[in-house]
Design a protein around this ligand. Structure first.
Ligand code: MEV
Length: 309
């Protein structure tokens, strides 16, 4: 049996503006993982998918046209040249909550690619894996920037500009993030489409907001590379102010973001598409448990602490 894993991710700076060519920064979150197992099935069985968390088992050949997993299985088998005439059982499970900004879709796809590669004893580099996953992200999300598949495939902090530039960068001083879930599902596609409509209505205003967010992402990278945690926190707060102006925040997010700051977080913001999903708070060893506890008391559905290094 072959097993592939992939971590979740959070965006530290630059979500949404990254769809419009501005830089963004994201880091992997290893505390949550997607897993895919590939096993041989009996002759003539074809490919069966078992989606554990959804309680679904189905033949890939009979999958609905908008099935979330079919495209990545098909494109991977084609890419590695083994063809679709296979007898396999692919079992997928994940601890990454769906539609909460943690990259669950890209992580599940990445885990499937890795498991298929191992099963067929093939190898692709991180760039090729990221590219395969990006193609499926386009099917699910419309106009994704590509940051999710990149950070998840490379498993490193990335500075990302759509359509090309991707740099793995140096974290001078490890830092702690508390990630708290509003419990509200928010599909990336919907938030991204809403921002696009708003941008079409008021292009000048939105371009300026994207520029400002892009500048924050640049400064955020410098702060991380210099180990200037205080500056990072201020930039997160400023990024959140701009995300609010993009209208992708929500009362639930604002509630948790405010509570984290009251608890002593150096900065806090939504992460990912917004409207729901997760927020992140930059904390120190001293403030970590207090902020985590206050977020739970304020109604966060789940709280994860991750060390970025
Ligand atoms: C989603 O994780 C981040 C967005 O910027 C969309 C994208 O980059 O594709 C909202």
């Amino acid at each position: 049996m072959a097993v592939g894993y992939a971590s979740g991710k959070v965006i530290l700076f630059g979500e949404h503006a990254v769809v419009y060519g501005r830089p963004a920064i994201a880091v992997p979150v290893t505390q949550v993982q997607a897993q895919a197992k590939v096993e041989d099935a009996g002759r003539g069985q074809g490919i069966t998918v078992v989606a554990r968390d959804l309680g679904q088992t189905y033949k890939l050949s009979e999958a609905a046209p908008d099935d979330a997993l079919r495209p990545i299985v098909v494109s991977t088998l084609e890419r590695i040249g083994v063809g679709l005439e296979q007898d396999l059982t692919i079992t997928v499970s994940s601890t990454i909550p769906i539609a909460r900004g943690l990259g669950s879709g890209a992580a599940v796809s990445t885990a499937i690619v890795r498991a298929l590669l191992e099963h067929f004893d093939k190898w692709l580099d991180s760039r090729a894996i990221s590219d395969l996953v990006f193609e499926t992200e386009k099917i699910h999300h419309g106009t994704p920037s590509g940051i999710d598949n990149t950070v998840i495939a490379f498993e490193k902090p990335v500075y990302f500009v759509k359509g090309g530039k991707m740099e793995i960068f140096w974290v001078q001083r490890p830092f702690l993030l508390v990630i708290a879930d509003t419990g509200v599902q928010s599909p990336t596609k919907v938030a991204v489409e809403d921002v696009r409509r708003a941008w079409e209505r008021e292009p000048a205003k939105y371009e300026e907001l994207f520029d400002d967010i892009g500048t924050i992402a640049e400064m955020g990278r410098q702060a991380i590379e210099q180990g200037d945690i205080e500056a990072m926190g201020r930039l997160m707060n400023e990024n959140q102010r701009l995300l609010r102006l993009l209208k992708v925040s929500s009362p639930e997010l604002e509630g948790l973001i405010g509570v984290a700051r009251q608890g002593g977080a150096l900065g806090s913001k939504l992460s990912g598409a917004g409207r729901g999903g997760n927020m992140i708070a930059l904390v120190t060893q001293e403030t970590c448990s207090r902020v985590s506890m206050m977020l739970r008391l304020a109604g966060a559905k789940d709280v994860i602490v991750t060390d970025v290094n």
